[in-house]
Design a protein around this ligand. Structure first.
Ligand code: SF4
Ligand code: SF4
Ligand code: FES
Length: 514
């Protein structure tokens, strides 16, 4: 038998004792060939090293949900988490009150959950035989073991007491979409009261859910049902219908004149690039600028940077200008069908574009994931995030001649990382541009949201800001003096809440390093 040593740093706290919160360090030898769960290891620690360690568990088989802990920064059921590597940081799960050591008070979570269940289920008057197809539609939600990992993970639960959180939304959706239930409206009303718009759709809850329950998808379905219900529509947070109507009317989310798409920022770089000559011309590469980057003065620097970069590296490219309509992503997040999928696909195809590149991860995700779903097939062109495109250029021999000297942490935008699977391209670009990267404690698929996604900013700007402040706090914990990201919304949020951090968007670093 080959053995290995595992070092555990275990959170300890007894409110009755004079010693405050602290960590006990314990080293345990385990059989390297025998998979062990974190819970089994902690039980050994309890038996052999720390007999007074307070620990909560019951079934040990992923059924009861009582053993959730924060393990190396991730909230998960400890009986379903295998020991990997040689070091474990063990803490109580987030977003709740500690009773002692690793045992927490679940009352707050339970209250949020039960509030969402005040609408009692009413069965249809006539029996309804549930078809296999109908069952499939709700079956995933029935898998929940109420382990509260999602509630501990959700950045909005942490930021807003009005948010009943992912577990509650799952419960409401399970009832609202159950084909045997007749009082759907009551459940939708609960969804509204429980803040189904208080969700950034960041998908982090699903990443930590041992049952893979896709809660943000259910949140969007609830929003859709609410939007298309004539009586409940009037009760939506007032900015939601406003934004949806704006997109329909103006073809952008900022209520701007869409004919100004390129011109609103082009004059700022007219000494270097004649942007008007790039609009609507035939080219193999197209740059989809996006509404926010086109019209929001605080982030249009990203459009300026991207165009300057493409110009400097000699790319033959085009932009759609007034022919670029909202990608439809905000409508999708609001559960609304109306968007401009066919228009945008045609506008891109008509210019002979073979590769369409994006600086906005939301637009990128819309084209990469939603558009193929909507048209039921692949797009007639390739889509790339700007950082993926730049990686191809590096592979083709492009080099950064003026490397920057900077230490920064990199924030993974949810739509680029968790939702689109692009984690390494921005890191490679930043590193090759000369940035010394320091990782957040929670990075890549476990990164926290910046707070701008999922229409949270539209529904509750205060909660959105608090989520951003928390991510900035985490950035400062890395010790890096600067923060880099690859998204206009994250960039905007972090700059507003920077608290002394030097905030960058990947395009400004690329431009400096070229
Ligand atoms: S949805 Fe998943 S993470 Fe949340 S309580 Fe249920 S099983 Fe746990
Ligand atoms: S998708 Fe993100 S914001 Fe929404 S419930 Fe899940 S963790 Fe919370
Ligand atoms: S002990 Fe029951 S789920 Fe882990």
């Amino acid at each position: 038998m080959e053995s290995k040593k595992v070092e555990l740093n275990i959170f300890r706290y007894d409110p009755q004792a004079s010693l405050g919160p602290h960590y006990d360090r314990v080293e345990v030898e385990v059989d390297a060939d025998m998979p062990t769960t974190v819970l089994e290891l902690l039980k050994r620690v309890q038996q052999e090293h720390l007999p007074d360690l307070a620990l909560s568990y019951s079934c040990r088989t992923g059924q009861c949900g009582s053993c959730t802990l924060k393990i190396n920064g991730i909230n998960r059921p400890s009986c379903k988490t295998m020991v990997e590597g040689n070091a474990l940081a063990i803490e109580p799960r987030d977003n709740c009150t500690i009773i002692r050591d690793l045992v927490v008070d679940t009352e707050g979570d339970l209250e949020r959950l039960l509030e969402g269940r005040t609408a009692f289920r009413t069965r249809r008057k006539t029996p309804h035989r549930v078809s296999e197809e109908e069952y499939e539609k709700v079956s995933d939600m029935r898998e929940c073991i109420e382990c509260f990992a999602c509630m501990s993970t959700c950045p909005v639960v942490k930021a807003s007491s009005a948010a009943r959180g992912p577990l509650t939304m799952r419960g409401i959706a399970q009832l609202a979409f159950d084909p045997r239930i007749s009082d759907v409206k009551n459940h939708l009303t609960e969804a509204l009261k429980g803040g189904c718009y208080l969700c950034t759709t960041c998908q982090k809850c699903t990443e930590t859910c041992d049952k893979d329950i896709n809660i943000q998808k259910r949140v969007r379905q609830l929003r859709r049902a609410l939007y298309y219900d004539k009586s409940l529509y009037k009760k939506l947070p007032k900015n939601i219908p406003l934004v949806m109507d704006t997109i329909k009317a103006t073809k952008n989310i900022l209520n701007a004149d869409n004919t100004e798409r390129a011109s609103s920022w082009a004059w700022l770089i007219e000494d270097e690039v004649d942007v008007s000559s790039l609009i609507n011309r035939k080219a193999k590469v197209g740059y989809f600028v996006g509404c926010v980057t086109s019209f929001k003065p605080s982030v249009d620097i990203i459009a300026q940077n991207a165009v300057k970069i493409l110009h400097q590296i000699g790319e033959d490219f085009t932009i759609l200008g007034p022919d670029e309509f909202c990608c439809g992503f905000p409508s999708y997040l609001g559960g609304v069908d109306e968007n401009f999928v066919q228009h945008n696909i045609k506008a891109v195809s008509d210019l002979g574009i073979e590769t369409l590149i994006f600086t906005c991860p939301g637009c990128y995700r819309a084209f990469k994931v939603n558009y193929p779903e909507r048209i039921g097939g692949s797009l007639p062109f390739r889509v790339q995030h700007f950082t993926e495109y730049m990686c191809d250029k590096l592979d083709g021999g492009l080099r950064f001649g003026n490397k920057v000297s900077m230490t920064a942490c990199y924030h993974d935008p949810c739509d680029l990382g968790r939702h689109s699977g692009v984690f390494e391209a921005p890191r490679r670009i930043l590193t090759e541009a000369g940035v010394e990267l320091i990782e957040f404690a929670n990075n890549r698929q476990y990164a926290d949201c910046c707070g701008m996604g999922g229409l949270l900013m539209v529904a509750d700007a205060d909660a959105s800001g608090k989520v951003g402040v928390e991510r900035i706090r985490q950035a400062k914990q890395t010790g890096a003096p600067a923060l880099a990201t690859a998204c206009p919304a994250c960039f905007d949020q972090f700059r507003r809440n920077a608290d002394g951090l030097d905030v960058h968007e990947v395009t400004d670093i690329i431009l400096k390093a070229l």
